[in-house]
Ligand binder design. Structure first.
Ligand code: CRA
Length: 821
C-alpha cells in the first residue's frame, strides 16, 4: 500500500465527495456518481505524490523529457491509478462495504481516446513506464473536445458517433490557467532594425490562448507522478463592443472561431496524411505552447539559454510535431536574439525524431502556400534551414541533382516534414529492428548515408501493468503465485515461468484461466453486441485499426474459403473456431468500411447456417477500444498478425497477445520477427512472403494476381462469391470494389497491392497447422505458457531504458513521501 493511502481517510473522502458534488448519500448514488466520488478520492491521494515529485525534480534540477505527440490513447485511468498507488484490495473492500463492485465502478469511466491506434497507445505506455522507472517527463498533446469516434454497427455498416468524453467532466484533469500561453497564426513578417541588427516581428496575426490541463501519470508503487499536459484553446479576447467600435469585430469573431475549431476533434486517420489546414493548425498550436512553456520553465531556474539542451529533450512522436524544430529556432532567434548558428546548435541537440511508418500515404508534405500563409515566420526559418542544407548537399555531392531532389526540405512546392525532422535533431529511430533496417537501406537511405550516427532502433514495448496486471487479473495472480511479483516492474523475470510449461497441472491451470477469460469476453460480447459465443471454441482474434496493409481482408477471405470446405464436406474434421474481429475504419476510408461490411455479411450467412454444426462463428466486436482490448487480449487463443511483410513498422497488439498467452499466427513483419526470435518459431505459426520478397516485387512493379485466380480453383470460387451475391443477395455488386482491388481490371493502381492472393495459400496452410496444434491441448498449453514466459523483452520499461541510455540521458529520481503529522 502507498504511504499516502489510509483506508479510513479514503472512505471518508468518498463519502465527502458524494455529499459535496452530488448532494447524495451513498445508498442513493448511481454507479456513475460513485465512480466520480471514488475518482476524486483517488486524485486526492495522488496529488500529494504529484506535488512531492515536482518538488524533487526542482530540487535536483533534473533534465526533463518532453514527449511531443498529437495522440495519447490513454484508456481508463481509475483502475490503473488504484493499482499504482497499491490500494486495490482496500478500495475494493471499501466499495463492497458501500454496496458497489469495483469493476462496475471502473466501467463508468469513459475511455479518454485521444488517439487512433498504435502510435497513440505507445505514447500512453511510454508515460506509464517513465513514471514507474522514475524519469522526469511530460507528455504534451491536445485536449480534443471529441476523441476517436465511437463505432456503432448498423446493418453491418460502421456508423461514427461523436465521443463526448468530457460531458460529465473528467475527474483526473486539472486546469492550469496560470500557464496559459499565446499562439499566433497568419499575418505577415515585418523586419525592423534594432541596434544595427535585423529583427523579425509577426504582425496582423490571429491568436489563440492555449490553456493546459494536466493529468497525473502515476508510477507503480514508487510515489512518482508525472504529467500529461494537454492543451485546450480559448479565445484570447472575447469580443466586446469596444472592439466592435474599433472595427476589430470581424477579427474578434474569427479569433473566437479559431479557438473553438482548433481543438474540436481528433483526425481519425491512422497511418494516413490528409493534408487538412486545420490539422497543421493543431500541430503548431500544441507545439508552440509546449515549446514556449519548456523554454520559460528552463529560464526560471537557469540564466544561460545556450545550455537549454542539457536540461531538455524533445522527442517527436512521428513527424506530426516537427514544427517544434523551427518553433524552437524562432524563440531562440527572435526572443533571445541568438545567432543562427547558436540557435541551430541548441535546436539540433534538443530534438529527436521517431519514425513510425514507411507507408508513403502517411508522409506529411505541406503545400508551401498553406504553410507560409498559416505560419509566415516559421516558413521563413524553414526556408533558411533548407537553403543551408541544400548548400551542404551540394558540397558533399557536387552536381548530384538526385540527392537534392530526394533530400531537400522544401521541394516541388512542398515542405517535407520527415526531412525536416531528420535534419533538425540528433537522433532518428525506427520502432522495430526490421523497420529500422528498412529505413536505413530503403526509405531513408540518403539520409543514413549522410548522417549514419543519427540512426538507431528502439523496438516498441507495452506496459504489463495495464495489459496483464489490470487487464487479466486471473493470469496475473497465477503468475505471481508461481514466480512472485517481480514481473510487475521487471518483466524479463517472467521467464521463470518457463519451467511450469512442462508441468501438466500448471498447463491445466493455465487453460482453466484462459477458459474463464473466454467466458468473460463472451459475457461482454453478449451484453454489448447481443451475440452468443461458445467459450469452448478456439478464439482466433484480429483486433487493430482497419487498414488494407493489415489484411483483415485476407482473414475473412480465408473464412469464406473454410466455409466452402465445410459446405463441400459437412463432416470436415476441424476444431470449432470463433473468428473475432475488432477494428475502426477512418471515416473517409471507403474500402476499409466496405471490408467491415463484408466481415459482417459473411458473419450473417455463416452464423445462421445450421448445417455446419457451429464449427465456424464470425464475430465483429463493435467499438474496439483500450478498455475492451484488455478483455479481448486475455481471452485470445490465436493472435492474427498478418500484415504484408515490410508494412507494419512494429505492431504492439502482437506483444499484448503474447503477454496473455495467445500464439502468434503471423508474417515476418515488424516486431513479429523479434517475437518469434524470443519464443521460438516452433511456438508460433509463421507464413507468407518475406519483406525482401515484397520489396523486390514492388521495385519490379508488382506481380500478376490473375495467374493465381486462373490456377487456383478455391481462390477463384471465393473471389466469385464477392460478386455473385453469395454474401449480398440484395446487391450482388456490393463488394465489386474489393474484388477489383484484388484483380484490378480497370484502375491504374496495381492489382492486389498488399499481396493478399499471393499469401493466401500459405496463410490457409498455416491455419491448418493451427487447427492441428490446438487438438493437442497439452502442447498448446505449453506453447501458450512459453509465450507468456518469453514476453519479457516487450515491456515498454525496456524500450524506455533504451531511449534513456541512447537518446534522452535522463537521471532516475526517487520520491519519498513525508509522514503526515
Ligand atoms: N499505425 C505503425 O503502423 C506501430 C505504431 C507505434 C504505427 C505500427 O506498426 O506499432 O505506429 N505508425 O510505433 C503510425 O502511426 C504514423 O505512423 C501506427 O500506429
Amino acid at each position: 500500500m502507498s504511504m499516502g493511502f489510509d483506508k479510513e481517510t479514503f472512505k471518508k473522502s468518498v463519502l465527502f465527495n458524494m455529499k459535496n458534488v452530488f448532494r447524495k448519500t451513498v445508498d442513493e448514488a448511481t454507479p456513475e456518481q460513485m465512480y466520480q466520488a471514488v475518482a476524486y478520492a483517488v486524485k486526492d491521494v495522488i496529488i500529494d505524490e504529484w506535488i512531492a515529485t515536482h518538488k524533487e525534480y526542482e530540487k535536483q534540477d533534473v533534465k526533463t523529457l518532453y514527449y511531443l505527440s498529437m495522440e495519447f490513447l490513454m484508456g481508463r485511468a481509475l483502475g490503473n491509478n488504484i493499482i499504482s498507488i497499491m490500494a486495490q484490495p482496500e478500495v475494493k473492500e471499501i466499495l463492497e462495504e458501500l454496496g458497489f463492485d469495483l469493476n462496475v465502478i471502473e466501467d463508468q469511466e469513459p475511455d479518454p481516446a485521444l488517439g487512433n491506434g498504435g502510435l497513440g497507445r505507445l505514447a500512453a505506455c511510454f508515460l506509464d513506464s517513465l513514471a514507474t522507472l522514475g524519469y522526469p517527463a511530460y507528455g504534451c498533446g491536445i485536449r480534443y473536445r471529441y476523441g476517436m469516434f465511437k463505432q456503432k454497427i448498423e446493418g453491418g455498416y460502421q456508423l461514427e458517433v461523436p465521443d463526448d468524453w468530457l460531458k460529465n467532466g473528467y475527474p483526473f484533469e486539472l486546469r492550469r490557467a496560470e500557464y496559459a500561453t499565446e499562439v499566433k497564426f497568419g499575418g505577415y513578417v515585418n523586419t525592423v532594425w534594432e541596434n544595427g541588427k535585423e529583427r523579425f516581428v509577426q504582425e496582423g496575426y490571429q491568436s489563440v490562448l492555449a490553456v493546459p490541463y494536466d493529468m497525473p501519470i502515476v508510477g507503480y508503487g514508487n510515489n512518482v507522478v508525472n504529467t500529461l499536459r494537454i492543451w485546450d484553446a480559448q479565445a484570447i479576447n472575447t469580443f466586446s463592443l469596444d472592439s466592435f467600435d474599433r472595427g476589430d469585430y470581424q477579427k474578434a469573431v474569427e479569433q473566437e472561431n479559431l479557438a473553438k475549431t482548433i481543438v474540436e476533434v481528433l483526425y481519425p486517420n491512422d497511418n494516413h496524411y490528409a493534408g487538412k489546414e486545420l490539422r497543421l493548425k493543431q500541430q503548431y498550436f500544441f507545439i508552440s505552447a509546449s515549446v514556449q512553456r519548456a523554454v520559460m520553465k528552463y529560464m526560471e531556474k537557469h540564466d544561460d539559454i545556450h545550455k537549454f539542451y542539457e536540461k531538455t529533450v524533445f522527442q517527436l512522436n512521428d513527424t506530426h510535431p516537427t514544427v517544434a524544430v523551427p518553433e524552437l529556432m524562432r524563440i531562440l532567434l527572435d526572443d533571445y536574439g541568438l545567432s543562427w548558428d547558436e540557435a541551430w546548435e541548441i535546436t539540433t541537440k534538443t530534438c529527436a525524431y521517431t519514425n513510425h511508418t514507411i507507408m508513403s500515404e502517411a508522409l506529411e508534405k505541406w503545400p508551401i502556400e498553406l504553410f507560409s500563409r498559416l505560419l509566415p515566420r516559421i516558413y521563413q526559418i524553414v526556408e533558411e534551414i533548407n537553403r543551408r542544407f541544400q548548400q551542404k548537399i551540394t558540397e558533399m555531392y557536387p552536381g548530384n541533382q538526385d540527392k537534392l531532389r530526394k533530400m531537400s526540405i522544401v521541394y516541388d512546392g512542398q515542405v517535407r516534414m520527415a526531412n525536416l525532422a531528420i535534419l533538425g535533431g540528433f537522433s532518428v529511430n525506427g520502432v522495430a529492428r526490421l523497420h529500422t533496417e528498412i529505413l536505413k537501406n530503403q526509405e531513408l537511405k540518403d539520409f543514413y548515408q549522410m548522417m549514419p550516427e543519427k540512426f538507431n532502433n528502439k523496438t516498441n514495448g507495452i506496459t504489463q501493468r495495464r495489459f496483464l496486471l489490470h487487464g487479466n487479473p486471473l493470469l496475473a495472480q497465477w503468475v505471481t503465485k508461481k514466480i512472485g511479483s517481480d514481473w510487475i516492474t521487471n518483466l524479463p523475470h517472467i521467464h521463470r515461468l518457463a519451467i511450469y510449461a512442462e508441468d501438466p497441472r500448471c498447463r491445466q491451470e493455465f487453460m482453466d484461466i484462459k477458459y474463464q477469460n473466454k467466458v468473460r469476453l463472451a459475457d461482454y460480447v453478449k451484453e454489448h453486441n447481443g451475440i452468443e459465443l461458445d467459450p469452448r471454441s478456439m478464439f482466433d482474434v484480429q483486433v487493430k485499426r482497419l487498414h488494407e496493409y493489415k489484411r483483415q481482408l485476407m482473414n475473412i477471405l480465408h473464412v469464406m474459403y473454410l466455409y466452402n470446405q465445410l459446405k463441400d464436406n459437412p463432416n470436415l474434421d476441424m476444431v470449432p473456431r470463433t473468428f473475432l474481429f475488432g477494428a475502426k475504419a477512418a471515416a473517409g476510408y471507403k474500402r476499409a468500411k466496405l471490408t467491415i461490411k463484408l466481415i459482417n455479411a459473411v458473419a450473417d450467412v455463416i452464423n445462421n447456417d445450421r448445417s455446419i454444426g457451429g464449427k465456424i462463428k464470425v464475430v465483429f466486436i463493435e467499438d474496439y477500444k483500450v478498455s475492451n482490448a484488455e478483455i479481448i487480449f486475455a481471452a485470445a487463443d490465436v493472435s492474427e498478425q498478418i500484415s504484408t511483410a515490410s508494412k507494419e513498422a512494429s505492431g504492439t497488439g502482437n506483444m499484448k497477445f503474447m503477454l496473455n498467452g495467445a500464439l502468434t499466427l503471423g508474417t515476418m513483419d515488424g516486431a513479429n520477427v523479434e517475437i518469434v526470435e524470443e519464443v521460438g518459431a516452433e511456438n508460433a505459426f509463421i507464413f507468407g512472403m518475406s519483406s525482401d520478397e515484397v520489396i523486390r516485387y514492388e521495385n519490379e512493379g508488382g506481380y500478376n494476381p490473375m495467374e493465381i485466380f486462373n490456377n487456383n480453383f478455391e481462390i477463384r470460387r471465393v473471389l466469385m462469391q464477392l460478386i455473385n451475391g453469395y454474401y449480398s443477395p440484395q446487391d450482388p455488386e456490393l463488394f465489386r470494389d474489393i474484388y477489383n482491388s484484388l484483380l484490378n481490371t480497370k484502375s491504374s493502381d496495381r492489382a492486389d497491392t498488399y499481396f493478399i492472393l499471393r499469401d493466401l495459400p500459405s496463410y490457409a496452410e498455416a491455419q491448418r497447422r493451427v487447427d492441428q496444434a490446438y487438438r493437442d491441448e497439452a502442447w498448446w498449453a505449453k506453447a501458450a505458457i512459453l509465450n507468456v514466459a518469453s514476453s519479457g523483452k516487450f515491456t515498454s520499461d525496456r524500450t524506455i531504458e533504451e531511449y534513456v541510455k541512447d537518446i534522452w540521458h535522463l537521471e532516475k529520481v526517487k520520491v519519498e513521501l513525508e509522514e503526515e503529522a
